[in-house]
Design a protein around this ligand. Structure first.
Ligand SMILES: NC(=O)c1ccc[n+]([C@@H]2O[C@H](COP(=O)([O-])OP(=O)(O)OC[C@H]3O[C@@H](n4cnc5c(N)ncnc54)[C@H](O)[C@@H]3O)[C@@H](O)[C@H]2O)c1
Length: 354
């Protein structure tokens, strides 16, 4: 292959799967009578439909890994727009570097070759300012624009400490004003008043934006800051407002534990908080490595976080399992008549002053 140009390498865009155009119900019905992860996936899909049919239950979606850059954005937006998700806990990469980034008009690109055998060497990519996530490319110059847009959003806010939810809602308002025609998770949540909480908000493009913002305004009380305690308090409030909850977890990591811990926090506040009534996790991690990402949902029961009646782990990479589960739930339509919960509006009225 001749030395490729940047335009050569950034030619084929990642396209987002439309779960409304694919009906996965027959696949799930067939999987139900098989074994191993196929049967686990069918059971997980059934539990997700159960959560949606249970009108008392609020659904918390957790996201880790690189899901938006991998074509999962439209599926998640479908869940948001149809009241199939009431709150989101995510890593910053999914929400800022990937979803907000695409909301600004930028795209992710299909890299030639496979993650195991990339065709273009990474030094060439470095020279061209192309970043690689396994088999996906990103234009690094566009990522710098994303960092700078984050700085501008922070510059425009009154100084003070904010939860990630408040800042992500401000990002949604920015997209509504400047790019209202581009579909995305941040914009859909802003419109549907679904809170997005990113517990490690500095560990993404928002981190670059806040460094630029704070260094330009170093005086005490002159800049925006991230209030991580408020993140946890706000998600706990969701549990207090709506005690019956279910978890749909894509990947593990910080979002998995953060979303599970709200049961304990609500209990510490003296509430009779029930464990998460339903829990599904789609993950590649298993219990061999001793880490949180692969710890079983049954183990979470010992901590008082997840009930063991309706829980299912599915071991598989989420870009293969999630579209099937989401399409099945969309077409079974247990979400029809489910109320819009608009927790973002309720959380704006905080019981604790800033
Ligand atoms: N992922 C990225 O490309 C990226 C980029 C920039 C910054 N970051 C930051 O790094 C931190 C860690 O985030 P992370 O997203 O890499 O999480 P992570 O790698 O910690 O993921 C947690 C776990 O989720 C599971 N998982 C991840 N992707 C999966 C998939 N596709 N299918 C099934 N299971 C999957 C794995 O078990 C993984 O160990 C965050 O603060 C994030 O903002 C991540």
């Amino acid at each position: 292959m001749n030395k490729p140009t940047k335009a050569d390498l950034l030619a084929n865009t990642v396209e987002h799967i439309d779960i409304t155009a694919i009906d996965a119900r027959p696949v799930v019905d067939a999987y139900r009578h098989t074994a191993f992860q196929a049967r686990n996936l069918a059971r997980a899909a059934d539990i997700y439909s159960m959560m949606l049919a249970d009108k008392e239950c609020a659904v918390v979606l957790t996201l880790a890994g690189s899901l938006i850059s991998a074509g999962m954005k439209k599926a998640i937006v479908t869940l948001i727009e149809n009241n199939m998700v009431d709150a989101i806990v995510s890593t910053g990469a999914n929400i800022v570097d990937q979803d907000f980034f695409e909301g600004l008009g930028y795209r992710h690109y299909i890299a030639p070759g496979s993650p195991e055998a990339p065709v273009v060497d990474d030094m060439t990519l470095r020279d061209l300012a192309i970043d690689r996530i396994y088999d996906t490319y990103i234009d690094e110059d566009e990522l710098r624009e994303c960092d700078d847009t984050m700085r501008k959003i922070f510059d425009a806010l009154p100084p003070g400490a904010y939860s990630s939810r408040e800042l992500i809602d401000a990002m949604g308002a920015y997209l509504e004003e400047h790019h209202a025609d581009i579909e995305g998770v941040v914009l859909a949540c802003h419109r549907k008043r679904v809170p997005i909480i990113v517990p490690a908000f500095s560990d993404c493009s928002a981190g670059f934006g806040i460094v630029l913002h704070q260094m330009a305004r170093p005086e005490a009380g002159a800049h925006v800051a991230f209030d991580s305690g408020k993140d946890f308090r706000e998600l706990t409030q969701v549990k207090l407002i709506n005690p019956s909850t279910g978890l749909l977890m894509l990947g593990g990591g910080v979002p998995k534990n953060f979303a599970q811990d709200i049961v304990v926090a609500a209990e510490l506040l003296g509430n009779d908080a029930p464990m998460h009534k339903y829990a599904v996790q789609l993950t590649v991690a298993d219990s061999r490595d001793g880490a949180l990402s692969g710890s079983t949902l049954r183990e979470a029961c010992s901590w008082g976080k997840v009930d063991v009646v309706h829980e299912q782990m599915v071991f598989g990479e989420a870009t293969t399992t999630f579209p099937i589960l989401a399409s099945d739930a969309y077409h079974r339509a247990a979400w029809k008549g489910r109320p819009e919960r608009r927790f973002n509006d309720a959380l704006a009225n905080q019981p604790v002053a800033n």
